[in-house]
Design a protein around this ligand. Sequence first.
Ligand SMILES: Nc1ncnc2c1ncn2[C@@H]1O[C@H](COP(=O)(O)OP(=O)(O)OP(=O)(O)O)[C@@H](O)[C@H]1O
Ligand SMILES: [Zn+2]
Length: 815
Amino acid sequence: MGETRRHSVDVPITRTLVALRRVRSLRDPCTTSMSKFASLLDNVKWETGSNNGISLQFVEHGDDPGPGGLIPFGSYSIMEELENGCDLHKLSGKVLNVEGDAISRSRSPSSERSCGALSVKGRELACNVPSISHVEEAASGGRYRNHYSTKLASSVGEYGSRLGSPMTSTNHSYYGDEDVDFDNQSNRGCGITYCWSRTPRYRGSNQSSDVEEYPLLPGNGNGNGESDVTTPRHEVLPRSLSQKFRPKSFDELVGQEVVVKCLLSTILRGRITSVYLFHGPRGTGKTSTSKIFAAALNCLSQAAHSRPCGLCSECKSYFSGSGRDVMEIDSSKLNRPSFLRSLIKSASLPPVSSRFKVFIIDECQLLCQETWGNLLNSLDNFSQHSVLILVTSELEKLPRNVLSRSQKYHFSKVCDADISNKLAKICIEEGIDFDQGAIDFIASKSDGSLRDAEIMLDQLSLLGKRITTTLAYKLIGVVSDDELLDLLDLALSSDTSNTVIRARELMRSKIDPMQLISQLANVIMDIIAGNSQESSSATRLRFLTRHTSEEEMQKLSNALKILSDAEKHLRASKNQTTWLTVALLQLSNTDSSSFATNEDERNQRSKDVEHSITSSDCPRDVVKSETEDFQEKNCKETVETVWKTVTDLCCSDSLKSFLLKRGRLTSLTVDKGVAIAELEFYAPQHVARAEKSWKLIADSFQSVLGCNVEIRMNLVMSACSPPRSAKAAASLFFGLFSCSRRMLHKSYLATRTESDCTSEKHVITNSLRSSQGNILRARSVRSSANASSRMSCSSDQGDANSAMCTPHMPPGEKR
Ligand SMILES: Nc1ncnc2c1ncn2[C@@H]1O[C@H](COP(=O)(O)OP(=O)(O)OP(=O)(O)O)[C@@H](O)[C@H]1O
Ligand SMILES: [Zn+2]
């Protein structure tokens, strides 16, 4: 007996499969004899490879058995077992005798799963499969066992007699039509599912290599071996409530009655068309319905209404993941020409064992133009029993001719009540304690998406407590409608101080300004549209009774406008809290004309804006957007509202009346989180009085604006009093724009220098402030004749951050 020489080669799976192909090509195509196969088996050793989990060893034996040494396949009891679908893992525990030779079991390291090793006449066939984690982390051990046994049984069955193969029901010959049908691949391979992954399938040599590279059918169920192409057909352990409660029958679908009725009727009448298009918002049941419909098409139940029954063999195989005629296609992969060709070819062939061959293409908007073209061109060649279900949430991205060639089903948003009911059912089934209010709140926040609602519920259930409304508010980070209505009520009623306090509370603890502004806008829209009256809470009812008049409705419309303007501005602002507060303070304004400004003011503003832009080195679009957003805004109103709120918040009544009577807020600038408020007084003693109370004033400003405040007090000597009438106020104009701090700083300094060395006239204009964020400016345009002199109390106006909350007095400044 000669020495046995071994050439052990680690080969990737691809090559492994090539080797298998060779094995197979040496078979006598006319018979199912395993003689040649058996002889080759002698020379093949499966071994744990690298990450592929498989390798081949070609074993040369000195004692070549020659033809006489071929082992009749039938004599191997293990082969019979495999053929009958035995579990490979059970086999691995067995010691089998083949012609007197022991079949040794080789166990790979713990990370590997050994399929066992067959030693045939002193030679081995060792076969290892990748570890579970490598193959698919979510899979359970049982799943894999089942999976392997199926595959192994079928593959070995192929090499053997093909007995019991479901494929026998079709007319395809495995040997005469090897390059054609990937449907028939289910019974091919080495018996290890992932051997087929990304490996050439066993096909005729004329098959183009790229087609071989991306076989279409799923790895386990229908045997195409391309696990990444289609959804793995395993029984997946649910990882979320939404997975667990994915509907499996039309009855379980929520809120899509029309679609369900139509599809059931289609099945009942047997009027199945070739292309269906399911479209609609996310999380409304499109994908679930496509699966249910696919199952229903093949269900064997006599009662058409109860399809899919979930009990017949077709339903069972489909739901267990081993069905072979329903394929879920990954859209991005379908853009590969080879893959598409495979699909088209498959669709042109009749189903393997079911009534219909169904291709579900989810997120089909991802298909490229060329793919669509080819797919549509080949529709006419589709088998009568092939059905294409396209699923998308972005209908507008699909080519027109796709729309015109398919039967379209729109999935609408699921209504809140349906979502609430479903969530309540889930809670009961899962033993989760809940408040109905919390469930309703989740439903109202899920925007018609049942999946979103289920995900929120899932998250809340993780907290392990009862699901309460408060918990829901906290988790979702939104304010309840009642809280919003309270805030809105305060804002509309000009209760400035409480508006500010409440808004700050909400923003501090619950919600960011952007979210708050959008929720407020939604709630106002609901009220204007008269929505959700039936389920009104006490707060809502109270609000509705208080705000029913024409004038109140006008206020609400204005409020919507103000909020929408503010939202645009907030996007570009770093001081969202401040600007939202300011916006809220304007909501009580009923005068919609206040948004309009006269032509002169507009022109003047444009000039100012131009000036800011040209001398700015900040990004032009930011400047522009802020400018545009706020050109329309009545900043005069804003400044006045802030001033009114600030004075309201002053704890001393005498200070309050003093400020209202003797002073004025002329400009408000927010820079790096510091608000610079410029106050104007008209007599030195008034400045002195204000100075004494500067801390109180600053406090008030701080609570209104929610940021650090710098107060600057200016004395305007000639103006006898602040403008009292609207007419007088008209001499002021307000502009709001944004530009870079540096630019304005410079320009301000330039103005300042000029003013210092020229005349008092320039001082009038120096309320222009530097700001990186936003400038809210109230600039006096009084002529120099009117404004004889004005003295600034601000020492260094260029340095906005210095001496916060302190009045600035230029050294040696005379008063
Ligand atoms: N109409 C519905 N009836 C019952 N459950 C639903 C419905 N819509 C969504 N769900 C739940 O949401 C999950 C996801 O649904 P599905 O994948 O069918 O939505 P979809 O519309 O396809 O979403 P997408 O467009 O994001 O893919 C399901 O598992 C199910 O739990
Ligand atoms: Zn059925």
